[in-house]
Design a protein around this ligand. Sequence first.
Ligand SMILES: [Zn+2]
Length: 408
Amino acid sequence: MIITKTQLGEITVENGVITAVDPAKTGPNIALPGLVDLHTHLREPGREDAETVESGSRAAALGGFTAVCAMANTSPVADTAGVVEQVWRLGREAGLVDVQPIGAVTVGLAGEQLAELGAMADSAARVRVFSDDGHCVHDPRLMRRALEYVKAFDGVIAQHAEEPRLTTGAQMNEGAVAARLGLTGWPAVAEEAIIARDVLLAGHVGARLHICHVSTAGSVELIRWAKSKGWRVTAEVTPHHLLLTEDRATQYDPVFKVNPPLRTETDVLALREGLLDGTIDCVATDHAPHSVEDKECEWAYARPGMLGLETALAIVVQTMGPRWDRIAEWMSAAPARIAALSGHGTPLEVGQPANIAIFDPGVRWTVDPTALASRSRNTPYAGMELRGRIEATYLRGEPTVLNGKATR
Ligand SMILES: [Zn+2]
């Protein structure tokens, strides 16, 4: 089966594997290895009104993803082999992307007692990434034990870096804008203090640490330093932190409320620089669907988080430029490596699995929240014109998206 002509040439796929790439027959579309998201909230089980494994998988496929890592803050929390296997099975049934569950670090995300990390690792879901995302593992002794535990099977702890004692009641980035709006600030130091502590712990233990949604210039500096020590630290940045700043809060539109908050222009530029120089390894969406009741209310009561899967690639191209080789690294190879996902993130070469995203870089489209596949509407890009859109996505050679539409 010939897929299409791309910048690499004409790609042929048979039995789920790339069998030919003919560089003599090129076309305008961009072929990328199927994208991999390290940080997706699918909300099932528990909040199927906001998203399901199936609706989130469809949104992911439409965004060019072939694998997503599902965060553990569901209800019940994914802190046992039973729950991670349930999410994994739902992903297989939907069949649109590979859904790799992330396990909670602590029971109920409560930060008091380690969850059954070994049982989740040994389960059918073969969990390798553990995170209390939404909450910080703030007890340093527990964090150390978690790092020691996952080292045995080369797992990784993905930390939501937020010192909770410094962000009580926080509503947006701490600074001049928060002061003017009269909103309680979320200071950069609350993120940086935890990153500083945890890179030291990771270095001490010799285990793998991943920093979720890095949002400040100071965090980039700390991670750069930790990497210079040779410690096993990786980091992600979200598309929204690469583009948007705290100024979006001035209209009190809760669609721009997110954790960590949108920061300053200086932070945005430092994050782009960190991604370019390899300090930040990858882009992850932190796709966080919320129901209308939870989001379209007064700023103070709105849940933090925004949709990301269907717009991620266009935002990354807009902010970082058409650096296709780097984008393949940031959005496919690096996250697949960090999550130890075999069969994803591999180059588009003969003999490799046919996990492929085809991006049409020329098309212009306006983001319409009601037209998204997600069950929720909380995209910060509503009404914005984006350039470039996923034309097709193939999961092991099977089209999950064709002509910009999900196949199921
Ligand atoms: Zn988080």
